[in-house]
Design a protein. Structure first.
Length: 460
C-alpha cells in the first residue's frame, strides 16, 4: 500500500488541474511524532438549535455581566438561563456594533447601526437613545471612554469619560496619514487602531488636555487600509482584517503580514466587501477566524496556519455558513443566523447542520501523478475512526468519486465506514481504473457519527 496525501486545506488554483484541493466542513490537525499519522482531519462542529429569538435576522450578540444581549430584527433581547426577555427597539437593518464599559454605577451597553443615533442599555436606566457627535457603526471601549468611527469622514470621536450617553462635540480625533475615510476603530492592547480606506494609524492615551489620544507616528501604515469594515477581529493576541487590496492580513507588531494565499485572494476577487462578515472563536486548541463571503465561508486556523471552507449544504449545492455573529456565553459557542431569528450552539458532539440537516463534509485530495506515466488504481483505502456506527445499527457510509482532469468527476460510490463495534474496519473503494494524466479523489459523507480521517492510500 502507498499512502497518498490527504486534502489539508482550501487551495483551489485558478488552473484546477494544478490544484483543486479543498476541505469543506473539515479542518486539519497536526499530530506528535509518535502518532500513527502526522496529520488527521476532523469534521467541524454541528449547529444544534439554542433558541429562536425575535423576528430575525440576528444582527449582533454581546455578553455583559454574564447576560447575553441579542439584537434580532429591530428588537433587543436579554438571555439568561435559557429565557429571553424583550428590552425594547433598535432601529436599522444589517449588523450592529456593540460594546460595554465597566461603570461602577451600572455598566452601559451601547449599540450603533451607522446612523447618528445610539441605543444604550443599562440595568439601572433601561433602554435609552442618544444623538452621537456623528454617525457610527463601531463603538469601542478603552480607558473609560467609548470610541467611535465617524462614518463618511476622516475623523473619530469619544464619549465623555465613564458615560456612554453624553458627548462633547470638540472631543474629536483626526486620521490624516492619507486623505481617506475612517472605516473602523478597534482597541487592542490599550491602543486605538484607526482603520481608514488606505491607511492605518495607532493612538495611545497620552492624557492630553484637549483630546486624550495621541498618534504613535512610527506605527502609521499608509500603504494598507481596510476593505471590509465587518472583517476586523481580535484573535491570537493580535488583529485580523481584509485589506482594501482584497488580501487578508494579521498585525505583527505594527506591521501587516499577509495570510491570504492565491486561492483565498481569488475567492475574494469578485466579492462585495461591504457584505463580508467575520468572527473568531477558540476550540480544541485551535483559534479560528471565519470570513463569510457571498457564496462560501473561509476559515483561517491560526494553530495550523491554513484555510479551510465551512458551508451549508442546501438543495444540492454549497452556500455560506449560517453563522454571522458570535458570543462565548455560559461556556457555549453561540452563533446567530444571518438570515433568520435562530441562535445555534456550535458543538463538536452534534452531527447536524442548521435546520436539522445532516452536516455534510467533503475532502478533495491534491493531484496524484507520475510524470505522464500510466498509473493503475486497484483500490483506495480511507482510515476513519471505525466502530461507532449509526443508531439504527446500519453501516455509516463514505462517498468516493474521482477525476482525471479536475473538472468532471465520476458518480459517487458508497462504502462502509464500519458498524458499531467493528473497530478494525477500513473503508475501501475498489476497481478505480487508471490514467496517464493525474487522479484527484473526492471523499465525502454526511452520516451523523464522529468523523475523523487519519489517512488514505492506494492498495495493490
Amino acid at each position: 500500500m502507498i499512502p497518498i496525501r490527504l486534502g489539508t486545506r482550501f487551495y483551489e488554483n485558478r488552473a484546477l488541474p494544478v490544484s483543486s484541493q479543498n476541505l469543506i466542513n473539515l479542518y486539519v490537525e497536526t499530530q506528535g511524532n509518535d502518532a500513527k499519522s502526522p496529520i488527521v482531519v476532523h469534521r467541524v462542529p454541528g449547529l444544534p438549535n439554542y433558541m429562536a429569538i425575535g423576528a430575525g435576522p440576528i444582527r449582533g450578540l454581546y455578553v455583559m455581566d454574564s447576560v447575553l444581549y441579542v439584537v434580532s430584527g429591530t428588537e433587543l433581547y436579554s438571555v439568561k438561563n435559557g429565557v429571553d426577555t424583550l428590552l425594547g427597539s433598535v432601529a436599522g437593518a444589517g449588523l450592529v456594533g456593540m460594546s460595554t464599559n465597566d461603570r461602577e454605577s451600572g455598566p452601559q451597553l451601547v449599540i450603533c447601526n451607522g446612523t447618528e443615533t445610539q441605543t444604550t442599555y443599562s440595568t439601572v436606566t433601561g433602554l435609552t437613545t442618544q444623538t452621537l457627535t456623528g454617525p457610527s457603526y463601531h463603538p469601542e471601549y478603552q480607558d473609560g471612554y467609548f470610541i467611535y468611527d465617524w462614518v463618511g469622514t476622516g475623523k473619530w470621536f469619544i464619549s465623555n469619560i465613564l458615560d456612554g450617553t453624553t458627548f462633547d462635540s470638540t472631543e474629536v480625533g483626526a486620521s490624516n496619514a492619507r486623505p481617506d475615510k475612517v472605516l473602523r476603530i478597534i482597541s487592542n492592547h490599550q491602543q486605538v487602531w484607526v482603520f481608514g480606506e488606505r491607511s492605518i494609524e495607532v493612538f495611545y492615551n497620552a492624557a492630553a488636555q484637549d483630546f486624550p489620544f495621541s498618534r504613535i507616528n512610527e506605527a502609521t501604515n499608509d500603504e494598507i487600509g481596510l476593505g471590509a469594515r465587518w472583517s476586523v477581529v481580535e484573535m491570537d493576541n493580535t488583529i485580523f482584517w481584509v485589506g482594501h487590496d482584497r488580501e487578508v492580513y494579521k498585525a505583527e507588531g505594527y506591521s501587516a503580514r499577509q495570510i491570504s494565499d492565491p486561492s483565498v485572494s481569488e475567492a475574494l476577487r469578485g466579492v462585495n466587501l461591504d457584505e463580508i462578515t467575520a468572527f473568531t472563536y477558540s476550540d480544541g486548541g485551535h483559534k479560528f477566524y471565519q470570513l463569510n463571503l457571498d457564496d462560501k465561508s473561509l476559515v483561517f486556523d491560526a494553530r495550523e496556519n491554513v484555510w479551510h471552507q465551512r458551508s451549508f449544504w442546501s438543495n444540492g449545492k454549497w452556500e455560506k455558513h449560517r453563522a454571522a455573529t458570535y458570543a462565548l456565553f455560559e461556556g457555549m459557542h453561540i452563533v446567530g443566523d444571518y438570515g433568520s431569528n435562530q441562535l445555534y450552539e456550535m458543538s463538536p458532539n452534534y452531527h447536524y447542520d442548521a435546520k436539522g440537516e445532516k452536516l455534510r463534509w467533503e475532502m478533495i485530495t491534491p493531484p496524484i501523478h507520475n510524470n505522464n506515466s500510466y498509473m493503475n488504481f486497484p483500490n483506495l483505502w480511507v482510515d476513519f475512526i471505525p466502530g461507532q456506527g449509526l443508531s439504527d445499527g446500519t453501516d455509516p457510509m463514505v462517498e468516493v468519486s474521482w477525476s482525471n482532469d479536475a473538472r468532471v468527476y465520476s458518480n459517487f460510490q458508497h462504502y462502509s465506514v464500519g458498524k458499531v463495534g467493528n473497530y478494525t474496519n477500513r473503508a475501501i473503494a475498489r476497481r478505480l481504473g487508471g490514467t496517464k494524466h493525474q487522479r484527484i479523489f473526492k471523499i465525502a459523507g454526511s452520516d451523523p457519527i464522529p468523523t475523523t480521517i487519519a489517512g488514505c492510500g492506494i492498495g495493490f
